[in-house]
Design a protein around this ligand. Sequence first.
Ligand code: BDR
Ligand code: CA
Length: 320
Amino acid sequence: MKASAVIFDTDPGIDDAMALHLLARHPAIELRALTTVFGNAPIATTTRNALSLSAFYGLDLPVAQGAAGPLHTPAEQDFPAHVHGDDGLGGMFTRLPPSTAQADARPAHQLICDLINAEPGEITLLAVGPLTNVALALRHDPTITSKVRQVVVMGGAFGTHGHGGNVTPVAEANIINDPEAADIVFTADWPVVIVGLDVTQEVVMKHHYLAALQGKDGAVGDFLWEATRHYQDFYHERDGIGGIYSHDASAAAFCIAPELFSLRSGPVRVVTEGIARGQTIQDFHKPTGEQTPWSSCPPQQACIAVDAAGVLNLFAQAFN
Ligand code: BDR
Ligand code: CA
């Protein structure tokens, strides 16, 4: 089977680092580039992390720095050090081998457009941070909508299986970090699959599962085990799950094994104002002809169920 060409737009991030390992190791994926965005940490930190992780995983590809903040910049920005640590990697950045690699000279949105234009119909754009770079790419070159193979997004929450937001009762972190960008991306006329909390919070990597990574794949298993200590403490204190949710790695798993997920079709809008800012809402009913905020938007796919054991097996198999 032909491998999928993937651009990974990311804000590393502990679960981003886990997703990147799966993408780097799996034979069904050919990574073309990493593009960075603010989110789990400031942009200088997420870019530095992407460069070092790329070298650590033995990748040789362009890494382009992207947006430092949302399309409509707020006065102040908060970064979730309580979730991902000050360095975005649970305090483990200094354990990575020093890297002298430099970022690509192009901004992330330009590299995204260049690569999609270079291989029309081939590129999967996998975005696991705020959607600012993706919205900027659409603005930079609207023709990419007809040339991308698919856009896979980790973000949002549609309330199935009781999964609401993780920042507010209705808003997920990547979406609330730039709701305007997310609404642009979801309403564009291109094929989007949304891997939201509805499924990522169904895939729990328990303490024993993470402990078993130690000693695997050279120093990588030890690094990810150590990096997830901080993340696990946060989730355990908040939700008592004895492990971590597998957010970004589940979206990477979708790119490899989409059959592990069930999809629901319908246009998706993002609330940009008021107390529900950042909420993702899908209209999955048959169109009635009535004009609504969804009616002129293309249908997108939201993941609403997952074979969690299948995703966990896929991730574990990426370690030797
Ligand atoms: C998402 O937000 C970030 O903290 C994670 O890396 C993931 O992409 C989960 O809501
Ligand atoms: Ca992320």
